[in-house]
Design a binder for this molecule. Sequence first.
Ligand code: FAD
Ligand code: EPU
Length: 336
Amino acid sequence: MQSLQSLHTFALPAHCQKLVRITASEQLHAIDFEKPFFILGEGSNCVFLDDFDGTVLQMANRGIDVNEREDHYLVRVAAGENWHQLVIKLLKMGITGLENLVLIPGTIGAAPVQNIGAYGVELADVFSHLTGYHIDKQSFETLDKSACQFGYRDSVFKQALHGRFVITEVVLKLPKQWQPVLGYGPLRDLTECEVDAMHVAERVMQIRRSKLPDPILCANAGSFFKNPMVSLELAKTLRVRYQSMPTYPVDENTVKLAAGWLIEQAGLKGHRIGGIRVYDKQALVLVNDEQGDGEELLAMITHIQKTVFAKFTVELMPEVRLIGRGGEFSKGVEHG
Ligand code: FAD
Ligand code: EPU
């Protein structure tokens, strides 16, 4: 048995039967994928609710290769590299484009899985292609951007290839000409002529530190729920009643709501169940600050979903991947 507590940032007291560190992609040929397994990066977007009856494959391969082209850089990065360290390394080399995504925890290999995003930029914007091990075909395959089917916190790796593809390397395409993205709320006052990419990164870090708990100091997994997509009709009805409710248009029929706002307005900021608490600076974040366990977390998820649904008729779905004894499961809202 191997403890998983220090291997996921929510730090619940779980174990797995076996842990295998993947330091070279060829090792994947020797893994028995017929038996239960879970692919792990730095554990910042998954929570082990209980002991996991299987093998955890921890992606730990390393390597960064920067290839200069006429008008862009192609940056080839091994899945086990740390995302934030890559962003800083590239900025120091004068390579821009990832500054809005600074300080997002986790590995490069996990970044395409939920198409990480923050402050107006998402991985898809800087993505070229990736390589990984296709478990059913028992061979390595390269997927381009369209094959990855990126969406909001979504990709083919959460859908058709869920649990069937181990990403081993990601290639980013970063234009030489800096294209600042400063449209997201708190970045708007940074005008293009005053700042460089390092300044933008510093501002993003400052905002993130003011809202989000550092997992090293306070166990958490970032936003716990996805921001819900609702019909334009429901959004309009809610807006009549709650005029300050933030809304983000998606297309002509769909609007994204701010889950953190809904949770706060439902009166749940600071709410505690056992060792689990709704963070008081950002209601979308749950923290495990008093040695909580999986049952308390599940009770908290259900309580939040039911309370928000009762007030707004909006369903919240976890953004974080929840892992039980037999593997991953989803946790939808239970009405009534
Ligand atoms: P893990 O948690 O280890 O794994 C996540 C999922 O990806 C699991 O399903 C796992 O099976 C799968 N996976 C991991 N590696 C691979 C691989 N090589 N091949 C195939 N599947 C794999 N996310 C954002 O998008 N934006 C944010 O602003 C943001 N802020 C955060 C702030 C905090 C404080 C925290 C704790 C988290 C935040 N997150 C954010 C979530 C998290 O940082 C990302 O989802 C990150 O990409 C997870 O990386 P990881 O290596 O920790 O993945
Ligand atoms: N809000 C509240 N109360 C709260 C939290 C938020 O009223 O307690 C309001 C804010 O005032 C704002 C709106 O909700 O009007 C949105 O809040 P914020 O800008 O903090 O962003 P978010 O929607 O809560 C999303 C991502 C984050 C990402 C930020 C910045 C999701 C699920 N979360 O959070 O990603 O860093 O935007 O782009 O999409 C993550 O995925 O783990 C994560 C942290």
